[in-house]
Design a protein around this ligand. Structure first.
Ligand code: AMP
Length: 218
């Protein structure tokens, strides 16, 4: 199964990708996670990306395109993948089409998370992440047992720089301007399906199962 999850930051794409990846044994490919790893490792890609990410801007297309080209050529994405946070511009979408075409592969479905702005802001501003194992929490919806400490590994929780209030607004503007045109792009190709991004994890998962059944992907 080859899926693209499309939607604004805070729509639940990452959380849902993790569940789908475990249940269906397909890799979850998140350019945001790859870039954060690159920053942690002080690699040239990380150095090039950090400033853009902290401001809530998109990292230049060429940088992410190279990351994805490499990742899709790995053996474990041969049988399927879930793309989360890529593509984010028309240029990235066109490049993805061309890479997949060369590999004689295609996308089965693009799932758009239609999400209200107040839900996005609530989710992003309350999100906390474990520095050690990457588990996500939310100060109200999914609080850890001990404030600031990860239930899974006792690591310290932190707030992403780009989840701070001033940057969230910019990320949403960037999404509207640069990423939302992809809704029409995939609609025109007949690939787009829509679920509500306002749903919590379990309900959103059920929407996916329904789509998979309708599209004969199970
Ligand atoms: P995410 O974890 O998907 O919210 O991404 C965090 C940040 O990483 C974004 O705000 C961008 O700065 C950068 N980023 C992630 N994916 C892409 C992409 N496909 N194109 C450009 N920048 C990206």
């Amino acid at each position: 199964m080859r899926l693209i999850l499309l939607g604004p930051p805070g729509a639940g794409k990452g959380t849902q990708s993790k569940v789908l990846s475990e249940k269906f044994h397909i890799p979850h490919i998140s350019t945001g996670d790859m870039l954060r790893e690159a920053i942690k490792g002080n690699s040239p890609v990380g150095l090039a990306a950090q400033e853009y990410m902290n401001r809530g801007e998109l990292v230049p297309d060429d940088v992410v395109i190279e990351l994805i080209r490499d990742r899709l050529s790995k053996k474990n994405s041969e049988d399927g993948f879930i793309l989360d946070g890529f593509p984010r511009t028309k240029k990235q979408a066109e490049m993805l089409d061309s890479v997949l075409h060369t590999m004689k592969r295609g996308i089965d479905m693009v799932v758009y998370f239609n999400t209200s702005t107040d839900v996005i802001i609530r989710r992003l501003s309350g999100r906390r992440i474990c520095r050690s194992c990457g588990t996500n929490y939310h100060v109200k919806n999914i609080p850890p047992k001990v404030q600031g400490i990860c239930d899974a590994c006792s690591g310290t929780l932190y707030q992403r720089e780009d989840d701070k209030e001033g940057t969230i607004k910019n990320r949403l503007e960037v999404y509207e301007r640069q990423t939302s045109p992809l809704i029409d792009y995939y609609e025109e190709k007949g690939k787009l399906r829509t679920i509500s991004g306002d749903l919590e994890l379990e309900e959103a998962y059920k929407s996916f199962l329904k789509l998979f059944t309708e599209e004969n992907l199970l």
